[in-house]
Each structure stands twice: as structure tokens, then as C-alpha cells.
Design a protein around this ligand. Structure first.
Ligand code: SAM
Ligand code: SF4
Length: 370
């Protein structure tokens, strides 16, 4: 693994009290009147239908591009009391569902390390209006949890697997165990969960395995997806030399698999990936999340909530509105709606990621959950 760690000087994971980005709600006192007519429609006519919730900032892995072991004491986790409780999360999801959100993704950190995650899935799946509860996981605990999660109402899962080589996997994830992850993937497939397998595509790391990762996913009925390496953490973990642009990923795949044909966007559930299929085998699909080289911000339909209740309108910017302050400050559901509306109003046209690693937000991928 060659990603440079030379520039790592990360701030603690939690924002300082009243710190950057955690805006208090402009002009909103609990009970304020004037709830906007369509709080989930932004200034660029993008309609939000999808909420990603990070349920914990903790993780059992230490991926080099996300939360490497070397950071050690430089990272501080949020105290447990700071995390939204299940009651608070359910209340917030009810408000979002009332406004038109239909899909919730649970992420982390690693969502499966949050105690009671099966119960949380059950609660969110039962919220009227929520049609899909899905998850992103590293797969380590899915051998035990995939079945119970599916029974609780989880309908799909994205599992991260960057390499099929056990030693490389261990190096890349710090403490990962490839055998456990493949077991987790098999358990998810057996539980009937719709399955996507995500790999961050990194030059000099796993670029020789792109076709093998596709074949592995297809053998399980899963859709492989490749994610362009993104600069988070103020750019501290970004390695421009490891960037593998979407066009290069496609060229590499086409060299072995033949021409790729773009899938109809309308045929896909809304998300940041662009989907392709093999011209010679249209049922073989793959996705590429090309945040860096082929922006998809015009179609963005999502908001992100951190484990401590900070609502972020964009992965690539640090501004956030604290829903936890509203909930714990005795705010009403209308106050929550106003808080959501203020985040949506502030949603930027696009992220500011630069291919040099500049334009990176200070926040950490492990805190926001991808
Ligand atoms: N722990 C879970 C997992 O690994 O799937 C969920 C959280 S993780 C932050 C969500 C996704 O973000 C994973 O697929 C991970 O590979 C990806 N990711 C993390 N850091 C990234 C980075 N700097 N650039 C691109 N993707 C990244
Ligand atoms: Fe943990 Fe996922 Fe980040 Fe890896 S990518 S350190 S598994 S949160």
C-alpha cells in the first residue's frame, strides 16, 4: 500500500463546541412559524429523497484512505452521550419521511458495530413513508448479522471490498480479515439482500484487480462498483498519485471485457454511481462513482446526518445544521423541519474537490460515512 501518510495532521473527529460548520439555526427559535412549502427542494431545483445516516463514528477497521491506524491518538471519538439515541433518530426519520424522504441508508464508521443495529433497522423500516432501509458496511460482522438485518427490514447492502488478496486486504484495512468479509458477503446474498460490492479504485494498489472484482461480484449476483479516491480530512489522506479516473477504470475493464454500454439512468435507483453494462452480456452491470473526474452534483438527491446529529447538505463541504440541538433543546417537529430547510437552502451547487487534493473538507469520511 503506497498511499502517502506524510501530510497527516488531523483534527479530532468531533467539532469544537460551536465550531466551524455547526451553524445554529438562523433566526429560528423553537416554535417559530413559517415552515417552507417544500423544505426538501433546493435552490437548484434538486429534490431530496434520500437520507444517509451515520450511526456511529467508530469502526473495527482502519482503512488507509479513511481512518488509518497511524493516526492513533490524533483522533478522538465522540462521547457516547453525544450520539443520537434510537428514539431521536426515529423521530428525525419520521420528520424526513413526512417531507418526502423515501430511502434511508445507515452507514458509519461501521454501522454494524453500533449496539442494537438490528433493532434500529426495524424501527426505521417501520416509519410510515420509508420504503427502503439500506446499509453500507465493511462486512466484517455480517456473517452473524446479515440474516437478522434482512428480517428486520433491511432491503439492500453495499459491502466494501477493495481487493481479493488477503495480505493486501489486511494492509489496506489495517485490521481487516478478508475471509470474514467474504463470509459476510455470502451471508448477505443468502439472506436475500440486494448486494453491491464497493471498491475504492487506487492506482498501484488494486488497479490490477478491477476485472477480478467484477467477476467475483457477478458470481454472487452482486453489482460491482468502483469509487474514485476522494480528498477528505483537509486532504491529509489524499494521494493524487493513487487517483484512478473513471475513464481509466472503463478503459481497463474494456481491455478485457469488451465494450461497455451506459445503462439508462431511469432504470437505476437514484444514487451517485453511473452504471454500465457489457455490450456482449447486458446483464453484467457495474457502477462507477466518479466524484472527482465526472461530477454528478447536478443530480444530487441526498442529505447526510452524522452520528451526533449534524445535517450536512454536501459530502464536500463542512457546513452543517445541528438537528441534535433542536431535538435536545425541546424543539418541535416544525422546528426540525425549519432546521432541515435551512440546510437544504444552503446546499451548494457542487463539491469543491480538486484532483490535487485541494478543496477537501476538514471532516473525515469515517465521521460522515461516504
Ligand atoms: N464502514 C463502512 C464501509 O467501509 O463500507 C461504511 C462507511 S465507509 C466511510 C463508506 C464508503 O466510503 C466505503 O465504501 C469506503 O471505501 C469509502 N471511502 C472511505 N474513504 C474514502 C475516500 N477517501 N475516497 C473514496 N471513498 C472512500
Ligand atoms: Fe471503517 Fe469503512 Fe472507514 Fe474502512 S472505510 S475505516 S471500514 S469506516
Amino acid at each position: 500500500m503506497t498511499i502517502s501518510m506524510a501530510r497527516v495532521h488531523l483534527p479530532v473527529l468531533h467539532a469544537p463546541p460551536g465550531g466551524p460548520g455547526m451553524a445554529s439555526l438562523p433566526g429560528l427559535a423553537p416554535g417559530a412559524a413559517g415552515v417552507p412549502i417544500n423544505p426538501l427542494l433546493d435552490r437548484f431545483a434538486r429534490r431530496i429523497r434520500y437520507l444517509r445516516i451515520s450511526v456511529t463514528d467508530r469502526c473495527n477497521y482502519r482503512c488507509s484512505y479513511c481512518m488509518p491506524e497511524e493516526l492513533g491518538d490524533q483522533l478522538a471519538f465522540e462521547p457516547r452521550a453525544a450520539l443520537l439515541t434510537f428514539e431521536e433518530l426515529e423521530r428525525i426519520v419520521r420528520v424526513f419521511a413526512r417531507l418526502g424522504v423515501r430511502k434511508v441508508r445507515l452507514t458509519g464508521g461501521e454501522p454494524t458495530v453500533r449496539k442494537g443495529i438490528v433493532q434500529l433497522v426495524r424501527r426505521i423500516a417501520a416509519v410510515p413513508g420509508i420504503e427502503q432501509v439500506v446499509m453500507t458496511s465493511n462486512g466484517h460482522l455480517l456473517g452473524e448479522l446479515a440474516g437478522p438485518l434482512a428480517q428486520a427490514g433491511l432491503s439492500a447492502i453495499n459491502i466494501s471490498i477493495d481487493t481479493l488478496d488477503p495480505q493486501r486486504f489486511e494492509r489496506l484495512t489495517g485490521r481487516g480479515d478478508l475471509a470474514r468479509v467474504t463470509e459476510g458477503i455470502a451471508a448477505a446474498a443468502a439472506a436475500g439482500l440486494r448486494l453491491k460490492l464497493n471498491a475504492v479504485a487506487l492506482r498501484g494498489v488494486n488497479d490490477g484487480e478491477l476485472v477480478a472484482l467484477c467477476r467475483y461480484a457477478w458470481s454472487l449476483g452482486a453489482v460491482p462498483r468502483f469509487i474514485e479516491h476522494m480528498p477528505m480530512s483537509g486532504g491529509a489522506l489524499y494521494a493524487p498519485e493513487a487517483e484512478l479516473p473513471a475513464a481509466q477504470i472503463r478503459r481497463t475493464l474494456e481491455a478485457e471485457l469488451g465494450p461497455l454500454v451506459a445503462s439508462q439512468p431511469a432504470a437505476r435507483d437514484a444514487g451517485p454511481a453511473r452504471y454500465w453494462s457489457l455490450a456482449r452480456a447486458p446483464d453484467r452491470e457495474l457502477g462507477i462513482i466518479s466524484a472527482m473526474t465526472e461530477h454528478f452534483c447536478d443530480d444530487c438527491n441526498r442529505l447526510r446526518l452524522t452520528a451526533v446529529g449534524a445535517l450536512h447538505a454536501c459530502l464536500g463541504h463542512d457546513d452543517a445544521v445541528s438537528l441534535r440541538d433542536v431535538v435536545r433543546g425541546g424543539g418541535s417537529d416544525d422546528d426540525l423541519v425549519q432546521a432541515v430547510a435551512s440546510a437544504v437552502t444552503g446546499k451548494r451547487a457542487g463539491h469543491g474537490f480538486e484532483r490535487t487534493g485541494g478543496g477537501a473538507p476538514q471532516k473525515h469520511m469515517i465521521g460522515i460515512g461516504g
